[in-house]
Design a protein around this ligand. Structure first.
Ligand code: SAH
Length: 251
């Protein structure tokens, strides 16, 4: 018996890993984040799998289901949206499983910031522009350490992928304008990889207005950075003059 923390991916049911899908197909129990995952993912479960939507459960209730599965010697597919390691609240589940001696494993998934980059047809790390991607959020009920405030992160001028913060888009724009500039491109991807995905590409000064017009208030990724200008140096990786382990000058 094992608890598998599985990344369901960003929405498109084909964006779960083969490993994740196989575990869903064999587990007797499935606990899923009903508020965010695509319910189509659940069709990969066994017909007799016991299914629980964790969005209405407490940590204690989730653990009780895992304990029951342990007694029954059945695997648990614990399905989280995107990748479980990003804002997944899995650490406390694992700590509690350790206390109970219940084994677990993590099966990674495609995070929504990667699905957003795909929707934008955008490389997030362009030579000469930015070689760093910052994954962050604005403070909500969960506090953000002062050292990681958006004001501080803005000083890096790196590519920003901002989760869980679309409702505070006005505040984000105000904070970022001084470092990134009014005309810096900014994008919002609503429900990346879902059938009703929406993509908005604009400038920092206009993005909040456009998000309002499109009535986007949840499940959205905010991407800000000069990489979206597509004005960059070509990578040295495929440059004829650039030799590396797999290609020397003579080849
Ligand atoms: N573990 C998840 C993130 C969970 S936090 C992951 O790796 O993607 C939930 C936040 O993720 C949402 O508020 C939103 O900012 C973002 N998100 C999740 N799915 C998304 C999607 N399909 N498109 C855009 N943003 C998404």
């Amino acid at each position: 018996m094992k608890v598998f923390f599985i990344g369901a991916g960003p929405g498109d049911p084909e964006l779960i890993t083969i490993k994740g899908k196989n575990i869903l197909a064999s587990s007797g129990y499935c606990i899923y984040t009903g508020s965010l995952i695509n319910p189509e993912i659940l069709t990969y479960c066994r017909n007799d799998t016991k299914k629980y939507d964790s969005s209405s459960m407490s940590l204690g209730e989730i653990l009780s289901v895992m304990e029951e599965a342990n007694v029954q010697n059945e695997d648990v597919a614990r399905v989280h949206t995107g990748d479980p390691s990003i804002y997944g609240a899995i650490q406390e589940q694992m700590t509690e499983l350790d206390k109970r001696g219940i084994p677990y494993e993590i099966v990674p998934g495609v995070s929504s910031f990667l699905a957003a980059a795909a929707a934008l047809k955008q490389e997030l790390t362009l030579p000469g522009v930015s070689q760093t991607v910052v994954i962050t959020r604005i403070e909500g009920r969960t506090p953000v350490p002062a050292a990681e405030s958006l004001e501080n992160l803005a000083k890096t001028k790196a590519t920003l992928c901002i989760f869980l913060s679309i409702k505070q888009i006005n505040k984000i724009v105000e904070i970022l304008k001084s470092e990134y500039g009014n005309t810096c491109p900014a994008a919002i991807v609503y429900k990346a990889s879902w059938k009703d995905e929406k993509v908005i590409i604009s400038s920092l000064e206009n993005i909040a207005e456009e998000a309002k017009r499109a009535q986007i208030v949840k499940t959205a990724m905010i991407v800000v950075g000069k990489v979206l200008c597509k004005d960059f140096e070509y990578s040295q990786l495929y440059d004829k003059q650039f030799t590396h382990e797999y290609r020397n000058k003579s080849s």
